[in-house]
Design a protein around this ligand. Sequence first.
Ligand code: NDP
Length: 408
Amino acid sequence: MAVYSVLRYYVGPPVMVVTTCVGVQYLAQVGGDGTNSWSMLGDAHSWTVVLFTLLWALLSLWVPGKVFSGPQTHFGYTPVYKANGFQFFLVSLAAFFLLVTCYPYVSRDIFHNFQNILASCNILAFVLCIYLLVKGKKWPESTEAIESKPLLYEFYRGMELHPRLLGVDVKQLTNCRFGLLAWELLVVSFFLAGWEKNGFSMGHLVCATLQTIYLGKFFWWETGYFNTLDIILDRAGYYICWGCLVFVPSLYTYSSYYLVAHPPQVSASTATLFFILGVCAILLNYRIDWEKEHFRAHDGKCSLWGRPVTYIEAQYKSATGHKYSKLLTSGSWGVARHLNYTLELLLSLAWCLPGLGYGVWPFLYVIFLTVLLVHRVFRDEEKCRAKYGSAWDKYCKEVPYRMIPRVF
Ligand code: NDP
């Protein structure tokens, strides 16, 4: 036990911090065309790109508009978010295309300066995470009693669930408005940079378009994200904030980045097949998430797949007493407990496939996502078992497979 504690609290956090920071730079080096140099402090261009994106993200949360109240925490705090995600996505894309029309070299510069951009993101993430650590200790947002842990672990895990900064929710800013917007704009930039460098490629277009549809879908559903583990379980610290400020722009965009210096070798018709596979996976993934939302919105009084739904009644304790919920056992949620994750993996595979022929590099994202989602299945189930107790066990008996029927 003592060894486990030392590893968890003292060894794990610094090892993770160093390997991830070095790792993203190494990946950018491997995937690039070898013509760029970079500095750990970034340069004027990278800081302009990063600070402008941050300011744009902040502006989107400052503009007046509809707000959304997230689920109440176990200590009775209700986080509040801005509900303008899809408008933000569309306006940002339109503004970026306008910028590229006026200054066509923007995409090429972003590709060549990617390592400096990541260096600036790294510094930004570190400053934010140090601030979040101090804030969580000295001026926490809520009355939650946060158990004290070794400092390095607190930095890595984060202190508060829903800290606010400059009047906005920190995780909405880092996860949605900076991280996912950066993902989209980088993917578009890499496609345009690849087109300029190698000529038009259907494979690269498919890779970028699938990610654009996926991210558009995310922003359409952004308020649903505020019910997920990232928001209700993960504290704002290095793990989630660095992850969204640096790791998402780096690894999540990697297939697109890699294809600039290594143009796709697949034919246009093969790329089209990958596109069809990806679109089918997006639609099915959306459908599965929708089934749960539809079921919850109608409190179980609805049909799925042409039949009235079946479910298990569940009870749990909240800050305001006992509450009731229902666990769906029909439709997709009767096939496997996390079929949505399986489709998410298939979709990610579809946008990595145009990199066929270059070994493992273009597939790093889907490999990483497999590990992340399998781990997440266990984290989610731990949360549900703690919340619903025997009702969750009953659900697991009725729907015994996690991601793939008869396999896992
Ligand atoms: P889910 O949408 O699978 O939601 C899990 C939650 O749903 C559980 O915690 C529980 O919450 C509730 N639930 C579980 N089983 C049932 C049931 N049978 N009936 C009713 N409610 C149930 O997980 P996520 O929130 O992680 O994922 C949402 C989307 O985001 C998915 O499409 C996923 O693929 C995607 N995603 C993408 C990631 C990426 O990095 N690309 C990472 C993670 C997710 P409750 O407490 O409300 O009962």
